[in-house]
Write a protein that binds this ligand. Structure first.
Ligand code: NAD
Length: 440
């Protein structure tokens, strides 16, 4: 914090609320509030362009997918073949469920019209007349709010036939999933939406070529699509003035764990965890950061040595992890890293869809080994075995779930091998309240 003070950077200057600009107002979710904040003005500007120019504009803005992978949004739209005679679909992935990830759900709850406006713009660009929102099914209050916002948008002429007199027709369907992590993987999501058991498909073909009902389909994250109206309304240069050259713009960072001020912080890409902690009140009183994830548990963990890593795709990548969903889970020195990794791995084992052997069997074996180590029944050879099993999952499973499960194993062994060894030599967890002075 002292260093930031010396730079004269005030906390306010670090923030760039756009999506979250009016979340604190009464009833920010209504169409009336949204319109008061220039809602649906981006759509008017988009409809004045040709679809091709619109795609080029979004491409030029440099917007990258906010679901985790950071794939350029405009480029994804451009992949949709034109004049192919097939229906095109837009599917919004709102099945947010990566551990620690909690940005799309609050965004949908507080500002659903930014997503709906973005959907209409995207559908105009890719020449689609039917869009779907695949929402994580457990969040029933969000589902209700979304239904209400869609109803409002139909009534006001932003959805349905001849939108704003442009000749664009668009139907929007909200679909609630049944609560499976794998259905956030885009092709499993499509299978689930088609009424089948959600399991990933082999890619290629990517959804842009053969997606929903084997037709060209854009699958975009909620935050990606919700960011589009502001880019149209305020201009791509305004968007590019924030963030870094290859990762421009604003984004939502979700701060959680042992921090004084958990929550959503909207800031330019490239901000650091040190700055985010500075503006949010730091770690909880009397404690220090031990390890953290830049983008949910599937991204390799960082330690307090990485506080100044720029939180954009290139910065986090260069430091050996991935920006992912920008879910910054912070753990202090009272946390047993083996226990944290065990809990995450149990999650991945439970959520493995079972389609491919490395993930189905590998995550099961990882859990067995980790539970043994945590309980003080592990052997030194188990540490290499963990690494070996993770190596046999990583890059060898059908989809990214397996890679995600392997990543906390690799990174925790890299930074905290000694702590694993202490569990073996001490025949138990050094953080166990009954054994540790930490809890005294
Ligand atoms: P990916 O890099 O394979 O693909 C990203 C997107 O780009 C996809 O939509 C894909 O269809 C498209 N794409 C990539 N190459 C393409 C090509 N050649 N042609 C056409 N389209 C192409 O990543 P992924 O496997 O889809 O997702 C992995 C990411 O998901 C991870 O970064 C992880 O952080 C994130 N994730 C997010 C959550 C969440 O809750 N939001 C949960 C788990 C994982």
């Amino acid at each position: 914090a002292a260093e930031i003070d010396r730079d004269g950077t005030s906390p306010e200057k670090l923030l760039s609320p756009v999506l979250s600009a009016f979340w604190d107002e009464p009833e920010p979710w209504t169409l009336e509030t949204y319109r008061r904040h220039d809602g649906y003005e981006g759509l008017r500007k988009a409809l004045a362009m040709s679809p091709d120019d619109l795609i080029a504009y979004v491409k030029d803005s440099g917007l990258r997918g906010r679901g985790g992978a950071g794939f350029p949004t405009g480029m994804k739209w451009q992949f949709i073949p034109q004049g192919d005679g097939k229906p095109h679909y837009l599917v919004v992935n709102a099945d947010e469920s990566e551990p620690g990830t909690c940005k799309d759900i609050p965004l949908l709850f507080a500002n659903p019209h930014s997503l709906i406006e973005g959907i209409v713009i995207a559908c105009y660009a890719i020449r689609s007349s039917h869009a779907f929102i695949y929402l994580r099914g457990e969040v029933v209050p969000v589902l209700r709010r979304l239904h209400e916002a869609v109803r409002e948008a139909y009534e006001a002429g932003y959805l349905g036939a001849n939108i704003l007199g442009s000749g664009l027709d668009l139907e929007l369907t909200v679909h609630a999933g049944a609560g499976a992590y794998i259905c956030g993987e885009e092709t499993a999501l499509l299978d689930s939406l088609e009424g089948r058991r959600g399991q990933p498909r082999l890619r290629p073909p990517f959804p842009a070529v053969a997606g929903l009902y084997a037709c060209p389909t854009v699958v975009n994250n909620v935050e990606s699509i919700a960011s589009v109206p502001a880019i149209l309304n305020r201009g791509k240069d305004w968007f590019k003035s924030m963030g870094s050259e290859k990762s421009p713009g604003f984004t939502l960072y979700s701060l959680s764990g042992h921090v004084a001020g958990p929550g959503q912080y909207e800031a330019p890409l490239g901000i650091t965890l040190r700055q985010l902690l500075y503006m949010s009140g730091g770690m909880r009183a009397g404690h220090r950061l031990k390890f953290w994830t830049p983008g949910g548990s599937s991204t390799p963990m960082f330690t307090d040595e990485h506080l100044d890593v720029p939180l954009d795709y290139e910065g986090v990548g260069a430091a050996g992890s991935m920006l992912g969903t920008k879910a910054l889970q912070c753990f202090d020195e009272t946390t047993c890293v083996v226990r944290a990794v065990t809990r995450w791995t149990e999650f991945y084992a439970h959520e493995s869809c079972g389609k491919c052997t490395p993930c189905r069997e590998g995550t099961y074996w990882l859990v067995q080994l980790l539970r043994d180590i945590e309980a003080g029944k592990g052997e030194m050879a188990d540490l290499d075995k963990l690494n070996d099993i993770a190596d046999n999952i990583n890059g060898k499973s059908f989809c990214a779930l397996g890679d995600g499960a392997a990543s906390p194993i690799f990174s925790s062994l890299k930074y905290f091998r000694e702590e694993y060894e202490q569990h073996v030599t001490g025949k138990g967890c050094p953080f166990d309240p009954a054994r540790s002075t930490l809890w005294a």
